[in-house]
Design a protein around this ligand. Sequence first.
Ligand SMILES: C[S@@+](CC[C@H](N)C(=O)[O-])C[C@H]1O[C@@H](n2cnc3c(N)ncnc32)[C@H](O)[C@@H]1O
Length: 213
Amino acid sequence: MFSLTSEDLSGSIIDCAAGPASFNAELTAQGYDVISCDPLYGLTADEIRDRIGTTCDTVVANARAASNEFVWRDFTSPDHLGDVRMEIMQRFLADFPAGLREERYLAQALPHLDFCDGEFDLALCSHFLYTYSDQLSTEFQVAAIREMCRVAREARIFPLLKSYGGASPHIEPVVVAFRERGYEVEIRTVPYEFQRGGDKMLAVKKPGSTRAG
Ligand SMILES: C[S@@+](CC[C@H](N)C(=O)[O-])C[C@H]1O[C@@H](n2cnc3c(N)ncnc32)[C@H](O)[C@@H]1O
């Protein structure tokens, strides 16, 4: 989703709207430095588990009903999608208690992150900002990405589509807003595509931002 290189992974990463995903568990197990933020982490593991079961059934049913809108490559069928999602979520749940203790999972919500300026090398956000284009205004998108760029050298957002397909109407005004403020903004093609046409991420760097070390 983010074209992460070994250099990207070697830095400190904040994953925003990280959800019940296995990214933090998998990278932490390999010795990398990741913090995940999501208001979801304010719930107990049991509450999250209940929610995951319901959401997974909906996601699989939606994918089956609109199967032409997806690229069946990484996931070979709606059932395979469901199985992989449940595996990922189980991996998250197994790591959640330790991650809470180690403060790798924090209940924080965009557009406010409780970190100092420049604490991270990279801020990531998948399937939240443009996915919920109908609920999150352009002002919210700009504020959220500005906050991600405040705490990190670079912000990456994936995908640039709305949840049921179609380009997000916020992309252009967001790109213009950041370019006007002197940020470096790039739309890059990535190797992952599940929603048809959803193979692009937005990469935003604040002016004068360079990698330390
Ligand atoms: C569709 S999930 C995406 C999870 C994960 N990033 C992924 O790609 O699988 C969207 C997530 O956004 C979280 N969320 C909702 N409002 C948020 C906010 N204001 N700031 C950060 N995350 C939020 C939800 O709790 C949910 O876990």
